[in-house]
Design a protein around this ligand. Sequence first.
Ligand code: BTX
Length: 324
Amino acid sequence: SNVRKDILNAFRNAKGEYISGEKLAKEIGCSRTAVWKHIEELKKEGFQVKAVRKKGYLLVEHSNKLSANEIYLGLETEEIGRTVHFYESVSSTQKLAKEFALNGAKHGTLVVSDEQTEGRGRLVRQWYSPKGTGLWMSIIVRPEIPIQKTPQLTLLTAVAVIQAIEATTGLHPTIKWPNDILINGRKVCGILTEMQAEENRVQSVIIGIGVNVNQNKADFPEELQTIATSLKIEADKTVSRTKLLQNICYQLEQLLNEYLHTGFKPIKQLWESYANSIGKQITARTAKGSYTGFAIGINDEGVLLLKQASGEVMEIYSADIDLP
Ligand code: BTX
C-alpha cells in the first residue's frame, strides 16, 4: 500500500533514529491507530520494527526476506523496478513477465519470485531456482530499437549485473561468452532475454536474470556442484538479495539510458573488459567442429570474433568456449 511505502520512506529519512507515532501520523496524514496497524502489517512482511513508549518506532534492521516493500525501500531508479510483482513461488518469472507484457505492463516492470518451480535457461535447459536463497527476476523493457539490435541488451545486462555484484559484494565476476557470469570459473548468474515483436518493431524485451546468492555448496544438486557457485560461497558472507536487486535495477537503468543516448560502443567496451576470453587463445566448440584461435572481441550483434592462425577472422554464433 502507499501508506506503508510512506512509512518506509519516513523510516529511511529518520536514518536509524526513533520516530514518534504522532510525527509519523502527521507526515503521512492518517491517525496514530492507522500508523500502528500498518506497522503491524510491515512486521508480518518480515520488517523488524521496535516500538518504545514515549520514543516511538524504530526500524531495526532489514529482514533477509524479499518483498515488494523491501525492494521499494532504497530503490534509486526512476523506472526499472518501480512496478513490482512479487511472489513467494511461481513456475517461471519469465513466463509471467511475458503475460504481463502482452497485457500492456509498462517499461521497467519487475517480476520477482522467492522460488521458481520451472525456472528456464536458454534452449530447453532448466534453471535451478530454490526457495529463499537466490534472485529470480524478469524485467520488462520497451526500448525503441530495431529487432536486430536486441542481442545487445543481453550483453548490456551482463555488464549491469557484474557492476551490481561488484558494488554489493566487492567480488569481481567475469563474463564467459556469450552470457554466463562466473566467479572463480563457476557460474553465479545466468541471463536470458526474450523478445516480443510486431512488424519489425520491438514490443517488449523480457530480461531474465538468475543469481545464486546465499546457497551453500551442499545446497546445489550434485550435477551443479562443480560448475555453479553463489555469492555467499565466494564472499564468505550472507549477501542481501534486496540490495543486490536494487543495485541491478540501478545499473541497468544507467546503462540503458547511456545505450539509448550514445549507442552500443561504450557498453561493448565494458563488456569486453569483463570477458574472460577476449584477448586470449581459446577453443570454440561448435556444432560444426572445434576452432582454435585468438578471441579478438565481439561485433555489434554479440557475435564472437575468432582470429585463426591463417589470419582469417571467423564469426562464432554459438559455441562452448574452452580457455587453455
Ligand atoms: P543457460 O542455458 O546458459 O544455462 C543453463 C545451464 O546452467 C543448465 O543446463 C545447468 O547446467 C546450469 N544451471 C542450472 N541452474 C543453475 C544455477 N542455479 N546456477 C548455475 N548453473 C545452473 C542461463 O541459461 C539463463 C538462466 C536464466 C534464469 C532466469 S531466473 C529468472 C528468469 N526466469 C526463468 O525461468 N529464467 C530466468
